[in-house]
Ligand binder design. Structure first.
Ligand SMILES: *Cc1c(COP(=O)(O)O)cnc(C)c1O
Length: 220
């Protein structure tokens, strides 16, 4: 039951950890069940699907975009999105800034860190992240606010490997905080999915992105 899963997660998560209910590929009826159980933060990873659901769901939902975002699609979500988790290039950040400006908004963003040992995943390597933060251009963009980092661990049963990756993300998050604090807010670390969120919380996550454990298997 969706409502029971939401209630269980809300009672289980420590204070300071936000549950992002990842509702991609699930119908609006399922999202409404979660909403009625008190869930307000939803994560989607496809622009068209997000736009369609946003029009049907109550206005006080906070929509997080958690997938790979194409530059030419930013304009469709800029009017309402509350957090973009996976910014993976300066070019994308500039486009978010431009579209947010057109809407008279400032959009919160996280930088995606690539740590997993999988070629297909997007994101900055630790060196690229440091170079980006050193370059200071990000701090001059008036309509975006970088709040922290997002990462995905390698998909594996090896809990120690997952823990090492989350720990590395947390170390980088802490180091960057000193660098960024003067210019921005830096208070969000998004990591942990259905199979690895307990480890992510132990390693300092402030947002967990949970889909399958709430809604069941996705309908493709
Ligand atoms: C789909 C997705 C999730 C949720 O994964 P589950 O295993 O269903 O909990 C979390 N983060 C991202 C980036 C996703 O694309």
């Amino acid at each position: 039951m969706i409502s029971e899963q939401i209630a269980a997660l809300h009672s289980q998560l420590p204070a300071g950890v936000t549950l992002v209910a990842v509702s991609k590929y699930h119908p609006v009826a399922a999202l409404l069940q979660a909403y009625e159980a008190g869930q307000r933060v939803f994560g989607e990873s496809h622009v068209q699907e997000l736009v369609a659901k946003q029009a049907l769901m109550p206005a006080d939902v906070q929509w997080h975009f958690i997938g790979h975002l194409q530059t030419n699609k930013v304009k469709y979500i800029a009017p309402f999105v509350s957090l973009i988790h996976a910014v993976d290039s300066l070019r994308l950040l500039r486009e978010i800034d431009k579209q947010a400006g057109r809407c008279g908004r400032r959009i919160d963003c996280l930088l995606e860190l690539h740590l997993a040992q999988e070629e297909t995943k997007y994101g900055f390597t630790p060196d690229e992240l440091t170079a980006l933060l050193d370059s200071d251009e990000w701090a001059t963009l008036p309509h975006v606010r970088i709040r922290g980092l997002m990462t995905m661990a390698t998909y594996t049963d090896d809990t120690e490997q997952i823990r090492r990756e989350f720990r590395t993300a947390h170390d980088l998050y802490q180091h960057a905080r000193d660098h960024v604090a003067a210019a921005s807010h830096w208070d969000m670390l998004s990591m942990g999915m259905s199979h690895d969120y307990p480890v992510a919380i132990e390693e300092g996550a402030t947002l967990v992105r949970i889909g399958t454990s709430i809604f069941g298997q996705r309908q493709y």
